[in-house]
Design a protein around this ligand. Structure first.
Ligand SMILES: Nc1ncnc2c1ncn2[C@@H]1O[C@H](COP(=O)(O)OP(=O)(O)OP(=O)(O)O)[C@@H](O)[C@H]1O
Ligand SMILES: [Mg+2]
Length: 372
């Protein structure tokens, strides 16, 4: 008799604001790690929605109404993503047990006891004909945690090895690591900017949303004194648990630092330096908190930045630096898969956070359920 499979969907739209990643995954009930990707889709944000989501990252006029409207527009796009991914996978909506839908972070202030992911999960449940699990971060914050990162428990379920000390580095808008020692406690935290500064500098000077392959950065030179000035940001030396977002790492942060430094140089050298900043802060975090790791597996859009991966390999000699694709899991889909998995944990009444990662008082069941 073949084991019964459980089909879940995951929908992620992260800090890069590039768009929506949706997956359908098939889990084997007996083995949390045995998850098979049945289909995936990426939907880029229409530019008007992207501009509004970016504008909503800071206080502005009429923002409650604007946020509610943006949340509905997002929910409609999540529904579209869920329909497309079902079609691509040959799965009917009613065969999906639940969809984990992260929502779009517009503020993240765990130090004040809150975080805000705009979304309209009731609208998604209504129009996608699926049970939706949403608002994953709030409970961990209520329990004194950072509410982030939430992916380490899934990284552990998927990638932990009994004989290899691994680190998973997710390079989205923000970068985060999960330390997976062969034995001992899983930990992890946000290391700082992933692609967010690279994208904004590239958009400003090249008019493209990202530095494809890191080619533009490769044409410049790292300005070491500027890199040192950027590394003085207190976030980098703060002890974990810690998490961050566009609240800190944004255009004002970069412009203020360039001004204070008195930068007058070529934009490609800034791109090279920002790429080095992402790589150095990841490497410093791994050296300090994942000492002895022999493999660093990369996921998220940053896995496509060859210059970044090359810099990371130079920072970590003797360590294997490779995309998760080399371990059979597409680097583009790990985060959306994590939210499919978190939805499954929520419905099973199992905790989704790791308190050693977030600093919460203990394990908590995450998410609010909107039945189909
Ligand atoms: N071909 C490429 N070359 C270089 N960078 C790329 C390429 N493709 C994507 N990226 C980068 O990856 C980013 C998107 O990554 P991803 O979707 O993992 O981030 P995210 O949406 O912030 O997710 P999360 O917050 O969940 O980690 C883009 O904004 C871009 O910077
Ligand atoms: Mg994305």
């Amino acid at each position: 008799m073949t084991a019964r499979r459980e089909i879940y969907a995951g929908v992620m739209s992260g800090t890069s604001l590039d768009g929506i990643d949706a997956v359908i995954a098939d889990f084997a009930p007996a083995n949390a790690a045995a998850c098979a990707l049945r289909g995936a889709t990426h939907i880029a944000f229409p530019s008007a929605l992207r501009d509004e989501l970016l504008a909503l990252q800071v206080s502005g006029a009429d923002e409650i109404v604007r946020a509610a409207r943006a949340a509905n527009a997002l929910a409609d796009l999540y529904v579209h993503a869920l329909r497309s991914v079902c079609l691509a996978s040959g799965i009917a909506a009613h065969d999906v047990v639940a969809a984990g839908v992260h929502g779009q972070t517009v503020r993240h202030r765990p130090q004040e006891g809150w975080t805000l992911q705009i979304n309209n999960p009731a609208r998604v449940a209504e129009h996608a004909y699926m049970t939706v699990v949403a608002d994953f971060r709030a409970r961990d914050i209520a329990a004194g945690g950072q509410g982030a990162p939430l992916v380490p428990a899934f990284h552990a379920a998927l990638f932990a090895s009994p004989d290899r000390h691994r680190v998973i580095a997710n390079i989205g808008g923000i970068a985060n690591i999960t330390d997976l020692p062969a034995r001992g406690q899983v930990c992890g935290f946000d290391t700082g900017p992933g692609n967010v500064l690279l994208d904004l500098w590239c958009a400003r000077h090249r008019g493209t949303p990202f530095d494809a392959g890191g080619a533009w950065a490769a044409s410049g030179s790292v300005a070491t004194s500027l890199l040192d000035a950027l590394l003085a940001e207190p976030y980098f030396s703060a002890a974990p648990p810690k998490s961050t977002g566009r609240d800190l790492f944004n255009a004002s942060w970069l412009d203020r630092n360039l001004d204070t430094f008195g930068w007058h140089g070529r934009p490609e050298d800034v791109q090279a330096t920002l790429t080095a900043l992402t790589s150095r802060t990841l490497a410093d975090a791994i050296r300090a908190h994942a000492t002895g790791a022999i493999e660093v597996l990369i996921c998220g859009g940053g896995a496509r930045n060859a210059t970044l991966l090359r810099m990371l390999a130079v920072e970590l000699p003797g360590t294997r630096v490779a995309p998760t694709d080399d371990e059979g899991v597409a680097s583009d889909h790990v985060e959306a898969l994590a939210f499919a998995w978190l939805a499954r944990e929520a419905l099973a009444g199992r905790p989704g956070n790791l308190s050693a990662v977030t600093g919460a008082r203990g394990p908590r069941v995450l998410g609010a359920v909107y039945p189909r």
